[in-house]
Design a protein around this ligand. Sequence first.
Ligand code: BDR
Ligand code: CA
Length: 315
Amino acid sequence: MPVPVILDCDPGHDDAFNILLAAAHPAIELLAITTVAGNQTLEKTTLNARRVCSVAGIRGVPIAAGRDRPLHAPPRIAENIHGDSGLDGPGFGEGEPEVPQDPRDALTLIRDTLLAHPAPVTLVPTGPLTNIAVFLLAHPELAARVERIVLMGGSTERGNTTPAAEFNILCDPEAADIVFRSGLPVTMFGLNATHQVRATAEVVARIAALGTPLSGLCVDLLTYFASRYREVYGFDAPPLHDPLTVAHLIDPSLVSLVRAAVTVELNGTHTRGATVVDLHGVTGRPADTEVGVEVDTDAFWNLIVEAVRVLGRPS
Ligand code: BDR
Ligand code: CA
């Protein structure tokens, strides 16, 4: 049986590839997409989700907009990485994307989807955790309908937006704190894992060789993403963070996991938004979070290339 999934995202170049992977792979049943302010404003991330689905021929998956700002923190975007549109690089054209925005808000769509699905559903957040935290607070009675939460965020090591904090967690540390302490099973793929999956020139060449309009668009996305990572971080190739979540659901052996207590720093003068991951059990806190560690990068890229190939086929 495919894994039923709701993606909660802020596309975003790497979020876009996660949408493609979830839609393309038969091991995943993509039930809904919800958007949140993060890499860009809510208006732009929602438009981007619709654009990605439109160009990739993804139909019948409702897309609803969620929160336009963090719970308490001031809004923050990652324009330096994802550009003014949030998905800079390819030309999407000026017109409205074919795929519409669902009239419901993200909370209502998540609620309706959980209630309608016969089995518990996996939530896959790859942006700030605002929508998920608000949902868990608003609907504690639906917690049993959530199978688990598999998220991209944090790190066992250092940050990328401050020396200590990763972008998704830093954007809304209070929301992240609610999610990590929710009592639901949480699996975290942080920078320590996602920095292993770099879109090298070889990877980009494999996607280009598919020779479809979609593969061309993906190459444009990766080329822009690479230029930003080169300039901002001095990386030779950009890490495609978010799809590690869905790749793990497709193939649980793709990333090794350890169990650890994870707490979110809410107060630190220089460390707010850091994920404090107790890898050695020194705090005595229950090791209740699964944390991604070692990635089979070849298997990861095979999944990504195959997703672009499958969705790029003429229908
Ligand atoms: C995370 O932040 C965003 O820029 C990416 O989409 C990813 O979810 C990486 O820190
Ligand atoms: Ca993201």
